[in-house]
Design a protein around this ligand. Structure first.
Ligand code: AMP
Length: 416
């Protein structure tokens, strides 16, 4: 019986993978310009890292982690997100001792046990950026600008950037009381999860997907109106920097991100009602995973969501496909000779291929066409004996006879 891929996972096949490569290459290129360096961390980590780093009350930790015991009876978890792991690596490798800020990015798979649907998978991919060691609103603005530059350069338009401040712990302590006070009269009407959240982390209630809870929190006071002075100033400065960059945004005082570690700046980027990505500042996180006090800010985009948005906006990235050369052979000696020629072409930098199934000349020409070859080199036994081959320019139909020894240099000089 056929074994299928696990639910919520995808095979990314040729034809699609080029778009993935385009998105990933654009991410790398934009990071290069912003002087952000790549970091690669393990796919699995100690479960405790996410419990502490992502937060015990989050959906991710409570419901969505792929946790398993290895043969040494350690509890490990497939990473559900990137930030906790990056802060762990930052601490463990003492990157905090190097000049600040440390600007890092990652691209790779993440794992969450969620109900699969369009745009929601159990293995998905994120492009993320984390800037550690500086608590300057200019850095928040730059990180947001990097995110927007990336999205524009992959070709997306009309995106909605929403920003908010979720406050520092000082603001939150104060705001939690205000929120509890506001919700006390309706506490019993909240969903079961939210009743637990009421004591543990009432801000989570604002993020609840249940309609009754949404209704009950509609008139709740805004965090943004209850920030301590330093947080309010940070937010104001962030807005000024974004204005000066010409980055358009909307303040959404209702936004709370799904993760516990955010402090002050929080932002999301939305396309046609779906969140492509988001992030924010997390000034306490490094300490929480056992490191020294280090501020940080970052974001993560879902690569799949970026690709869905490209589809929705009917953007077709300009991806070079097709071969430089397809080798067509006639006769046994010529067929043999093509292998060494192919190797020579490839070493010289040409994208080259040939037929291996002994097909007819017509079928080989068809294959060349299908693979969008720009040139076809036709080699028969007679030509081989004379040391020549025919080169056909597939765009113009022009044919010329070229000495086999000069083929590579001829192709290189006429193809560019
Ligand atoms: P988060 O780490 O939850 O803030 O998610 C950041 C981004 O990752 C989201 O905006 C989505 O684009 C993407 N994402 C999160 N969870 C999933 C999932 N299960 N499937 C696909 N993309 C996801």
């Amino acid at each position: 019986m056929l074994i299928n891929r696990p639910r919520g996972t995808n095979d990314i096949l040729p034809g699609d993978v080029e778009k993935w490569q385009f998105v990933e290459e654009t991410a790398r290129e934009v990071c290069r310009r912003f002087n952000v360096k790549e970091i690669r961390t393990p796919i699995f980590e100690h479960t405790e890292l996410f419990q502490r780093g992502v937060g015990d009350t989050t959906d991710i930790v409570q419901k969505e982690m792929y946790t398993f015991e290895d043969r040494g009876e350690r509890s490990l978890t497939l990473r559900p997100e990137g930030t906790a792991a990056v802060t762990r690596a930052y601490t463990e490798n003492k990157l905090y001792a190097q000049p600040a800020p440390q600007k890092l990015f990652y691209i790779g798979p993440m794992f969450r046990y969620e109900r699969p649907q369009s745009g929601r998978y159990r293995q998905f991919h994120q492009f993320g950026v984390e800037v550690l060691g500086v608590n300057d609103p200019a850095v928040d603005a730059e990180v947001i600008a990097l995110a927007m530059t990336f999205l524009h350069e992959i070709g997306l338009q009309d995106l909605s950037l929403e920003i908010n401040s979720v406050g520092s712990p000082d603001s939150r302590t104060h705001y939690r009381d205000i929120l509890r006070e506001h919700l006390t009269p309706v506490k019993e009407q909240l969903c079961k999860d939210c009743q637990t959240r009421f004591d543990k982390n009432p801000m989570r209630i604002l993020d609840c997907k249940v309609d009754t809870c949404k209704g009950l929190t509609q008139d709740a006071p805004y965090m943004l109106d209850h920030l301590v002075e330093a947080d309010a100033e940070h937010f104001k400065a962030l807005c000024e920097y974004l204005d000066s960059f010409g980055v358009e945004y909307k303040v959404n005082p209702r936004m709370v991100r799904g993760l516990d570690y955010y402090t002050q700046t929080a932002f999301e980027i939305i396309e046609s009602g779906s969140t492509i990505g988001g992030g924010g500042r997390y000034n306490g996180l490094v300490e929480q995973v056992g490191g020294p006090e280090s501020p940080g800010i970052g974001f993560a985009f879902g690569v799949e969501r970026c690709l869905i948005a490209l589809n929705t906006q009917q953007v077709t990235p300009d991806i070079p496909t097709g071969l430089d050369v397809f080798l067509v052979s006639l006769g046994e000696a010529a067929q043999k000779a093509t292998s060494a020629l192919l190797q020579e072409f490839r070493i010289s930098g040409l994208v080259a291929d040939k037929d291996y199934l002994g097909k007819s000349m017509k079928a080989q020409m068809k294959a060349a066409d299908r693979q969008q070859a720009r040139r076809v080199v036709i080699l028969g036994d007679d030509e081989l004996a004379q040391g020549v081959a025919n080169v056909k320019d597939m765009a113009t139909g022009e044919q010329s006879t070229v000495g086999i020894d000069e083929l590579t240099s001829h192709l290189l000089s006429t193809l560019e």
